[in-house]
Design a protein around this ligand. Structure first.
Ligand code: NA7
Length: 556
């Protein structure tokens, strides 16, 4: 039985239906209800938290510092909440989200254990008809997705996995206690952020861990620490300025921009700067130390090789170290990981590494993973294989637009959005932190707040002018696709396979899922669009036409 059911019925028309009760959905509910809109939110899980509700695997923590990865919309909230660590663990982030839900009395706006499984725009009534997985429908004037970017786990595409008779657990739906792995032979498949965080803790309890690695990644030491009372006081005393800096930064955290290119300085100076960054660690690791590290392969090599050497220093067995050295992509061109004792874990006698590039998995039997070379017996398989990023959660909504076309058909050849917030043919539909927004490459909480505010402002603008239908024009959307692609062209992201480009999911079109112009520039672009009366958006059939590319060039 769903909990906390708001007084909804299938005849009542809400101003807004919101999908998801994670960071996006909660702020959306707060912002819109305080703005006078009626709101009904639906959340598939039994409680609030989104990503931080589901990803409870051992070692799960955010790789953006918690003082930044938290809401900034309420001054009192940020003064009363105290983060215990630099990178808070999952449980603490989930407590924070629960605190926010209680503090602003947001749970009453949501129906839990209820998934949105379809939505169709009815042009005659100017309404979204939303289908729930309990068979009921609801109607609203606006539909807003806060379904998240990394919330749809990738299909378990490991050959023969259905034959395995031991326990299977995925990091994104973790449902066992760590001690249940004690004395067991554990196979971990996947070495992205989730695997990198979980493997050292699993190795502490398991009898043996076999790590199946397809692509070695760059793992920087997270250098997580407790925050001292003095540090907390200093942050709280300066929070307004810190948040402002984040809002106008590249990635939603304070920047350390440098005009220097890697070869502008001596090899000794490069080494010195990389050492400093490696000691400091955090979101960018050594990836931001020179201006050209993400645009020039040779410059990037200087940083990549610095990490290669660190791996060789830490890992005692040279053959294992060579397998761990990330040689298939430049540093930072796919999401780097931040770990604690990750490489050190491979010095343990109960941990072994299998390179799937050298011996691909051929099948799985009742008790073993079988590669082209041999069978590896296991009692438990841990899948840390990632997500169908950004489009997976949106396609799960089965949106049918004004033309009768499904979103997944409209985007068959690649994602097409307006600001990563709207899409042509989907009137009165918004995405919070959607594809082609800065979400992918930023402190996403900052991006979420900015998107929700912009959406709410646009809805208010339409309401004030007596309008009821808002839709991105095809031209506005084409402009934004060009702009977002321009921000990627010429960078090393453009040539590297990763979930950023959809390459982790079979058949997914190869388009970059983010905007790389920076959080600050994007914010200014969105503000400028609002100031000019929303060019690229049709409001009750009227559109302001203006080439968005020119606006993007004009803003600093
Ligand atoms: P990621 O980063 O997508 O990592 C998934 C890992 O699983 C990665 O090493 C993949 O190798 C590997 N993988 C995926 N499918 C398979 C199969 N079928 N066989 C073997 N190995 C596979 O997901 P995470 O959950 O770790 O992190 C997601 C994001 O969350 C992260 O970027 C942060 O933003 C937070 P590949 O590299 O594709 O060769």
């Amino acid at each position: 039985m769903p909990m906390n059911i708001p007084s909804t019925s299938d005849t009542e028309i809400f101003d807004v239906i919101g999908v998801g009760a994670g960071f996006s959905g909660l702020y959306l509910a707060h912002r819109l209800t305080t703005g006078g809109w009626t709101f009904a939110g639906f959340e598939a899980g039994p409680s609030v938290g989104g990503t931080w509700f589901w990803n409870t695997y051992p070692g799960a923590r955010c790789d953006v510092e918690s003082i930044y990865y938290s809401y900034s919309f309420d001054k009192a909230l940020q003064q009363e909440w105290t983060w215990s660590q630099r990178f808070a663990p999952q449980a603490e982030i989930l407590s924070y989200i629960n605190h926010v839900a209680d503090r602003f009395d947001l749970r009453k706006h949501f129906t839990f254990n209820t998934r949105v499984v379809g939505a169709r725009w009815n042009a005659t009534d100017r309404l979204w008809k939303v289908q729930l997985d309990n068979g009921e429908t609801r109607c609203s004037r606006y539909l807003v997705s806060g379904a998240g970017g990394l919330s749809t786990p990738k299909d378990f595409d490991v050959p023969g996995l259905q034959n395995f008779e031991g326990l299977q657990v995925s990091t994104s739906r973790w449902n066992i206690e760590l001690h249940e792995l004690a004395g067991k032979r554990v196979a971990v498949i996947g070495t992205g952020s989730s695997g990198v965080q979980a493997i050292p803790l699993i190795a502490e309890v398991a009898e043996h861990v076999t790590v199946f690695q397809r692509t070695p990644n760059y793992v920087m030491p997270a250098r997580n620490t407790e925050l001292t009372p003095e540090q907390v006081d200093s942050i709280k005393g300066d929070y307004h300025a810190i948040r402002e800096e984040c809002r106008h930064s590249l990635g939603g955290i304070p920047d350390r921009p440098t005009p220097d290119k890697a070869f502008d300085v001596s090899a000794e100076e490069r080494q010195r700067r990389y050492e400093l960054a490696y000691e400091r660690s955090g979101f960018n690791g050594v990836g931001a130390e020179f201006a050209d590290l993400l645009t020039d392969v040779e410059a990037n090599k200087t940083a990549s090789e610095f990490i290669h050497d660190k791996i060789r220093e830490i890992v005692k067995d040279p053959a294992t170290a060579e397998l761990l050295v990330p040689k298939y992509h430049p540093l930072g061109a796919k999401r780097s990981c931040f770990g604690t004792d990750y490489y050190e874990t491979f010095n343990r006698p109960n941990v072994s590494l299998v390179s799937l590039r050298d011996e691909p998995i051929e099948t799985t039997t009742a008790n073993a993973i079988v590669t082209s070379k041999r069978a590896y017996e296991a009692d438990i398989v841990v899948l840390a294989i990632g997500f169908d990023a950004f489009t997976g959660p949106l396609y799960g909504l089965n949106l049918t637009g004004a033309s009768g076309r499904k979103l997944q058909d409209a985007w068959r050849d690649g994602v097409r959005t307006y600001l990563g917030i709207m899409a042509a043919d989907l009137p009165n539909f918004f995405m919070v932190a959607g594809p082609q927004s800065p979400a992918l490459a930023s402190n996403v909480v900052m991006t979420i707040e900015q998107a929700v505010d912009w959406i709410a402002d646009l809805m208010e603008y339409a309401r004030d002018s007596g309008a009821s239908v808002i839709e991105a024009t095809v031209e506005g959307q084409n402009d934004w696709v060009d702009i977002s692609e321009e921000t990627v062209t010429g960078t090393l992201y453009a040539t590297t396979d990763s979930w950023y480009r959809g390459s982790n999911v079979a058949g997914k079109p190869n388009t970059f899922l983010g905007y790389l112009g920076g959080v600050g520039k994007y914010r200014r672009m969105c503000a400028e669009i609002a100031r000019r009366g929303y060019p690229g958006v049709e409001i009750d059939g009227e559109a302001r036409v203006r080439h968005l590319g020119r606006i993007h060039q004009e803003i600093s």
